[in-house]
Design a binder for this molecule. Structure first.
Ligand code: GLS
Length: 837
């Protein structure tokens, strides 16, 4: 209260409030001002970087004003908020997105042009904010866009990594990792040096009894690290709502460094504490779908969760409500198990610090949390050793044991005759060493658990969480099929297609209600529309072809079929099957006469994606793709009939270039392994068809767009277990076409075959866990169908238009509304619509 301006002075204040720039001139004035003052440059040394910086600052100033108003509105309305806790937010670039969401890109383009800049060049100066690995982190970013666009009171909470996902370079065909230091200049964050939280680690627990005879626990000693808040404004589309993404950065609690030690000449250790503290938020762990149990990772998790909960609780306490009303004001969503310690931390706050009884506290906790599972892969399910938690968070371990005890007592009452169930569902795995199963803890501590596509949500109920369905009943488990934001993944990535669609729908309103896409189905036979459609695809492909030429020097023909697989490199995603298929195509072409070859449809196989630095097999796959590329692309017999390219450093901004240029994309995981996939949705939304297995959201995409518009192949999830069993205990024969591919590799066709022996062995000599051989034949046959279909361009375009028109379901707006209604119980806050659409 003391910080607010006194009544009599508020008029003066209001008089001088600026609303940010209002028109083109105003925008230009802001750009020039920022160049000349904020950046201390002039018109004689203003390059594109400076123009980017100044344009961003001009937009940032506008956003922050809306951000302030949004926060005031939410506080005033005293509405329930949702807090989305995610260790990853894969945001990509912000300037383009901000301009489009607030409807000022045309104005900015005109203003920048008058100042001597092309807007595309300015936009491309921005370094991606790459605080995530892949689909899980990008989903969080899409959700933030939808939450703001739908006017939900929502905050994201994450970590402000100094280094995001590494930059990938390809050197001699191998992946090399380079650090991604992205914070040199970041106009999109606001440091809040006044918003800090002290976070405790290590130490011990002291038990005592208070005056009323009640047992109380005190967590004492150990060390303190400071969490500092950095706020990133998240603009909604066509609405003034601007939400907050709060990222925590770690700092030593005792100031800069230890002056005592410094004075005594101990220079090195004087900065050691500071460095150790700052290490916590230094780097994003570069694994997707893999957990490695490193202490620093657990520290990151607790640091972030504790800071975020402190913040949330502080905000709640300002309302002076009773604790039992907490779940009416606060919903917290756990993006995977990474933030599961939040459950324990809230219970600790309530019982140790606020003095609530266990049961009352636990009811509040369970009503507050929801948990989203994003994978069934066993190597990705988080477990932490009891010893490590005991060491780092001694009080939390006690609480985990108590949670488990009360939970197992309930289970025992429910199933008095089942001796095994207790061991199966215990949060503590009685292994050596003992482990805490984070997913089980997340289930027990949440009121709803959801998977991310129908098949996935069914699978978790029948496999990894089966027992929990019988304990808690089926209603606790639900599905929210993933979605993507059409603002970034159509309007921003593919502006020409977005405009063409708008010309048929009547406006850009489909960006707010994606089901309106169905209106374009009426135009599927409209010749002019079809022609425009094809021209846009060709223009997007030409742009990508130019990029391929300038980056890797390979010339590709834009009218060839572009076949794209871009995603993290992982055996379960089966890029190895794709490159084996490419080799099969190459061998086939080589076996034909020049005349026969001419009947083949020209293809460009495009790959992109990062391998986790420690994932040897994934790196071998990248190496094979590049080795095949250098042979095939230089083979005079082949020419344009086949090109193979690996695009370096796949990230969000590259996805915006690549996805609109695809004819067919590959989503070919072993059935039952890809929880959802989200790029499958992006590709179809951009007028590309897909080849895929019956996995993840491919199944629902098929349901929506019709099975004539998708190329499905391969074994079904329900057959995978039996096939694996047969591989190990029965016969294991290799598909003959695949055997020929192996033979060619082993002959040295693509360089030293020793380099690729591991990939072949995994399929042929080991158990072929990912069923590459089982699916290979139908994969090759289906690719032949793709070729045939593409030759009939008229039919192809019909399929593309029809598919796009039926993609309305896959907007992340639909997901957010489902979460809001079914899990969070929150309502949007009404605001006046702004003018973007
Ligand atoms: C993932 C899944 O692997 C993807 O299938 C899913 O689309 C994504 C978002 O739900 O989550 N899980 C994971 O650990 N990384 C992912 O990308």
């Amino acid at each position: 209260v003391e910080a607010s301006i006194p009544e009599p002075q508020r008029d003066a204040w209001t008089k001088h409030q600026t609303g940010g720039f209002k028109d083109k001139d105003g925008f230009e004035r802001e750009v020039v001002r920022h160049v000349e003052t904020t950046l201390a440059r002039s018109m004689f040394n203003c390059d594109e970087t400076a123009a980017y910086a100044a344009a961003s600052l001009a937009f940032r100033d506008r956003l922050i004003l809306e951000w302030n108003r949004t926060q005031q509105r939410q506080t005033f309305a005293d509405a329930k908020r949702v807090y989305y806790l995610s260790l990853e937010f894969l945001m990509g670039r912000a300037l383009d997105n901000a301009m489009l969401n607030i409807g000022q890109k045309d104005l900015a383009a005109a203003g920048l042009a008058e100042l001597g800049f092309r807007i595309e060049d300015v936009i491309s100066q921005e370094h991606d904010a790459a605080l995530g690995n892949g689909g899980l982190g990008r989903l969080a970013a899409c959700f933030l866009d939808s939450l703001a666009s739908l006017n939900y009171p929502a905050w994201g909470y994450g970590l402000r990594y100094r280094y995001g996902i590494f930059k990938q370079e390809i050197i001699d065909g191998y992946q090399v990792e380079v650090p991604d230091y992205w914070l040199d200049f970041n106009p999109w964050e606001f440091p809040r040096h006044d918003v800090t939280v002290d976070i405790q680690f290590y130490g011990h627990v002291q038990k005592s009894t208070d005056s009323s005879g009640k047992n109380v626990a005190h967590w004492e000693g150990g060390e303190i690290v400071k969490a500092v808040a950095y706020d990133v404004p998240i603009p909604g589309y066509a609405t003034p709502s601007t939400n907050n993404l709060r990222l925590w950065s770690s700092k030593a609690s005792g100031g800069e460094f230890d002056f005592q030690k410094f004075n005594n000449g101990d220079y090195e250790s004087s900065v050691a504490d500071q460095q150790r503290a700052e290490t916590i938020s230094a780097v994003l762990y570069p694994n997707d779908n893999l957990e490695r149990g490193k202490e620093l990772r657990l520290k990151q998790q607790y640091f972030w969760v504790a800071a975020s909960l402190y913040d949330i609780v502080r905000r709640f306490k300002k309302t002076k409500r009773a604790w039992k009303e907490f779940p009416e004001q606060v919903a917290i969503q756990l993006n995977d198990t990474h933030p599961t310690l939040a459950i324990v931390e809230l219970q600790r706050i309530l019982i140790d610090l606020e003095g609530l009884e266990w049961d009352e506290a636990w009811n509040i906790v369970v009503s507050t949390f929801g948990y989203t599972n994003h994978t069934v892969l066993p190597e990705a399910l988080e477990k932490w050793s009891v010893g490590l938690i005991q060491h780092l968070l001694p009080r939390h371990l006690q609480i985990i044991y108590d949670i488990n005890l009360f939970f197992l007592q309930t289970v025992e009452r429910l199933f008095p005759n089942d001796r095994d169930i207790l061991g199966r569902v215990s949060i503590i795995e009685e292994s050596n060493p003992k482990m805490v199963r984070m997913a089980f803890l997340a289930i027990v501590g949440s009121h709803k658990v959801n998977g991310v596509a129908e098949l996935h949500s069914d699978l978790i109920k029948t496999t990894i969480f089966k027992d929990f369905v019988s304990i808690f009943g089926p209603d606790k488990f639900t599905n929210v099929t993933n979605g993507v934001t059409p603002r970034r993944w159509l309007h921003q990535a593919n502006p020409k297609l977005s405009d063409l669609i708008a010309s048929k729908v009547g406006s850009l309103e489909f960006l707010r209600d994606l089901t309106l896409l169905n209106k374009i189905e009426n135009s599927v036979d409209d010749a002019a529309f079809r022609k425009e459609w094809a021209a846009i695809k060709l223009a997007n492909k030409t742009k990508l072809a130019d990029y391929i030429k300038t980056t890797i020097g390979v010339v590709v023909n834009p009218s060839a079929l572009f076949d794209v697989q871009v995603k993290r490199i992982h055996e379960y995603k089966r890029q190895q099957m794709n490159i084996f298929g490419v080799i099969h195509r190459y061998l086939t072409l080589k076996s034909l006469s020049p005349e026969e070859r001419k009947t083949f449809l020209p293809r460009v196989s495009i790959f992109g994606g990062k391998a986790a630095p420690g994932y040897w097999m994934a790196k071998q796959i990248i190496h094979l793709i590049n080795s095949v590329g250098s042979v095939v692309n230089n083979d005079k017999d082949i020419g344009d009939l086949l090109k193979v390219v690996f695009l370096e450093d796949y990230n969000v901004s590259k996805a915006e270039l690549i996805i609109p240029a695809s004819d067919i994309s590959e989503h070919i995981s072993t059935a039952g392994t890809e929880a959802s996939g989200t790029s499958n949705m992006k590709f179809v939304l951009n007028g590309g068809l897909i080849i895929g297995t019956c996995d993840g959201a491919n199944i629902e995409i098929t349901r929506e767009i019709g099975e004539n518009n998708i190329f499905l192949f391969g074994n079904l999830a329900e057959d995978v277990e039996d096939l694996r069993h047969t591989h190990t205990y029965g016969s294991h024969t290799i598909d003959p076409d695949l055997a020929k591919v192996f033979e060619a590799i082993e002959k040295g066709t693509f360089g030293d075959s020793k380099d690729f022996a591991g990939m072949i062995t995994a399929v042929r000599d080991h158990s072929d866990y990912y069923l590459v051989s089982d699916d290979f034949h139908s994969y090759i046959e289906t690719h032949a169908l793709v070729d045939e279909a593409y030759k009939n361009q008229e039919e192809w375009i019909t399929k593309c238009i029809t598919s796009v028109s039926r993609m309305g379901f896959f907007t992340s707006d639909r997901c957010i509304n489902e979460y809001a209604e079914g899990i969070w119980n929150i309502e949007p806050l009404a605001v006046e619509k702004a003018g973007a659409a």
